[in-house]
Design a protein around this ligand. Structure first.
Ligand code: FMN
Length: 172
């Protein structure tokens, strides 16, 4: 197999031969705990699937390692007037510079519909990820996740997994 293949291409080729586990990172930020809670629910759902899942607060995540993942799920609250929190901006720009169209991505977040730009940071990430990556899912939750959000979380996780599997099928 060629050494020059991109990590995702390598993964897809390996998946043909083995029970390759999709490598996923959840990278999130949270101040008052709502987005942390949502990230934790998504992590637990991913854990029940046949994937290699890691979860990081943005402060712990090495931007230089971004390209090693098959999929990245970004979690953010919204600040100011629909803005991306300061600590998430380097990650936003890292996706732009990486420009890795084959990377599966998803974005989730919590917001407060009291504000005119409800979950504006999720929308900003969504628009950028749609252009620069293979965006599979978006999820907005009102403040603290509730029981009824669980099915939406399951759909979010399934969308990421199915998008990655579809890539493998299309490559055959
Ligand atoms: C100063 C301030 C500005 C905010 N601006 C917005 C906003 O524009 N849109 C929105 O949906 N939520 C906004 N929020 C609400 C937070 O995004 C929301 O409470 C979120 O769930 C916090 O996430 P966390 O608990 O993970 O920190 C704002 C909150 C504060 C304190």
């Amino acid at each position: 197999m060629s050494k020059n293949l991109e990590p995702t291409q390598k993964s897809l080729n390996r998946m043909d031969l083995t029970n390759y586990k999709m490598k996923i990172a959840i990278v999130y930020t949270s101040v008052t705990g709502n987005t942390k809670e949502l990230a934790g629910i998504l992590y637990q759902i991913f854990l029940m699937k046949e994937v290699d899942i890691s979860i990081y607060r943005i402060e712990e995540f090495q931007l230089s390692g971004l390209s090693q993942y098959d999929a990245v799920a970004v979690g953010t609250y919204t600040w100011g007037e629909g803005e991306i929190p300061q600590e998430m901006r380097p990650l936003y720009h890292a996706f732009e510079s990486l420009g890795k169209k084959e990377m599966v991505t998803a974005v989730f977040g919590t917001g407060d519909s009291f504000y005119p730009n409800y979950c504006g940071a999720v929308e900003r990430f969504r628009d950028m990820l749609y252009v620069h990556t293979d965006l599979a899912a978006t999820l907005k939750v009102e403040l603290m996740p509730q029981l009824q959000d669980f099915i939406r979380c399951q759909k979010f996780v399934d969308s990421v997994r199915i998008r990655f599997k579809m890539k493998a099928v299309n490559k055959k």
